[in-house]
Unconditional design. Structure first.
Length: 458
């Protein structure tokens, strides 16, 4: 952190990082634990998909409600709720006796995760301004996105040396520390008078995502002709359509559609959908294939992506500075293209597996591109919206990123051709590259470096 940053700002940034770290870390450590969960509790690819997507369904749907909750009840109070609930559900997951229990507990953990990230980012945007805000977001990005990548390393060590169950107890220490720092902060909570929580919107969004994801995951085994598949798909589509209608007509919607009038907001969120779908697909496929296909241990599979973490830690803050000075467009265009090149380099993986020549070059390229992308992307989106609406703006962006990952994991069986073998791994690499290329093109066409005013939708 910068030496001249005031104490309160350092404290706020630390709290925001730790709270987001909890959610991001748990969302990624699970990937490397999936083969061990399958061996212990049973289930095939569909069960592995559900372990990931159960968390993302509730996280993606309710993160929008959490944005409203943070405005209604205060960001600090909502952070406390989320931290406590996350700790409880983590313990439940670690004790799971069956796949079904684990999936339900993961869904409840997604509810807790939804309370953390929007309030964390809202604390930053309410505390920092201008170039200092860009730098703070860069630091936050280095730590939290690093958590998304270092998670598999920690998870792999836990799986190999101890148990996959302990993977889900890693968050207990940062949760306790963050709760203590919130007490030390002694800052009065900020609330938005007159705001309400859109309960019906939350119900429709959850039903919509749940119905569509159920159909996508179970379709390969049941077929589109099954009433359970086409029925759940129909309910999901209808519910999500109802959710959008609700957002357009509700007096106090959970996802105000007028936010999308800001060019950098809608363009940045569209780029987010493609980039984070690619990140989720790549993370799942690499983490699982390196164990089940290439025969690596969980620890080595986690260590395989460590260079990405190192690059993020070293350069994200600097990229945040540069994006604050020169604008986000170039970074958001070049970054995904470099990541796409990294994904295509994974096509060199063959039956005679060699990490150093087949995987490492792609990982390095992926890490460089990710470093160029994430901080400018976040700054562009939040910088397009008045700070008084930062809570809901960050919630919308995080919801879109989670829903993108949710959908692409639900479509995994179709993407890989039914099995995550070498051919399936190559198919996933091509789809990952295509998604990233589109994300870069969207950024180039849609993002503008300077908006005439930040409060045009405030």
């Amino acid at each position: 952190m910068p030496e001249r940053m005031p104490r309160d700002q350092r404290l706020v940034l630390t709290i925001a990082i730790l709270a987001s770290f909890v959610s991001f870390l748990d969302g990624t450590v699970v990937t490397v634990a999936l083969p061990a969960i399958r061996d212990d509790l049973g289930g095939g690819l569909a069960t592995q998909q559900w372990v990931v997507d159960a968390y993302l369904i509730t996280l993606g749907a309710l993160i929008l409600v959490a944005g409203s909750l943070s405005d209604v009840y205060g960001r600090i109070r909502v952070l406390r709720w989320g931290l406590v609930l996350f700790g409880i559900t983590s313990i439940a997951i670690a004790a799971a006796p069956t796949p079904e229990f684990l999936i339900v507990a993961r869904a409840l953990q997604g509810v807790a995760g939804a309370l953390l990230v929007p309030s964390s980012l809202a604390l930053i945007t309410a505390t920092f301004r201008d170039a200092a805000q860009a730098r703070a977001i860069g630091i936050w990005t280095a730590a939290t996105t690093g958590a998304m990548v270092v998670g598999p390393v920690i998870g792999g060590l836990s799986v190999d040396l101890l148990s996959w169950r302990l993977v889900f107890l890693i968050n207990v220490v940062p949760i306790v520390i963050t709760l203590w720092l919130l007490a030390v902060l002694r800052r009065p909570d900020v609330r938005a008078p007159g705001r309400t929580v859109d309960v019906w919107g939350a119900v429709l969004c959850t039903l919509g995502l749940g119905g569509m994801v159920f159909a996508l995951i179970e379709q390969p085994s049941l077929g589109w002709g099954s009433p359970a598949i086409w029925g759940s798909a129909a309910v999901g589509v209808a519910s999500f359509a109802g959710f959008l209608v609700r957002q357009a007509t509700a007096a106090d919607p959970m996802m105000p559609l007028d936010l999308f009038r800001a060019r950098n907001f809608w363009a940045g969120n569209l780029a987010t959908a493609f980039v984070y779908a690619a990140l989720s697909l790549n993370g799942f496929v690499v983490g699982v294939y390196l164990q089940q296909g290439a025969g690596l241990s969980a620890t080595l599979a986690g260590l395989a992506t460590l260079p990405i973490t190192i690059l993020m830690i070293l350069f994200s803050s600097r990229v945040g500075d540069l994006a604050g000075r020169f604008g986000p467009r170039l970074f958001m265009t070049v970054g995904p293209i470099v990541m796409a090149a990294g994904a295509l380099l994974l096509l060199s993986v063959g039956e005679a597996f060699d990490y150093w020549t087949q995987v490492l070059p792609g990982v390095i390229a992926f890490g460089l591109g990710l470093t160029l992308t994430v901080s400018p992307l976040t700054s562009a989106i939040l910088g397009a919206i008045d700070t008084s609406r930062s809570g809901i703006a960050s919630a919308v962006n995080n919801a879109i990123s989670r829903v993108a990952g949710l959908i692409v994991i639900a479509m995994l069986a179709t993407i890989v051709g039914g099995a995550l073998d070498l051919d399936g791994f190559h198919r996933a690499a091509v789809v990952t590259a295509a998604l990233l290329a589109v994300g870069g093109a969207v950024s180039f066409a849609g993002i503008r470096n300077r908006l005439p005013a930040r409060s045009d939708v405030g």
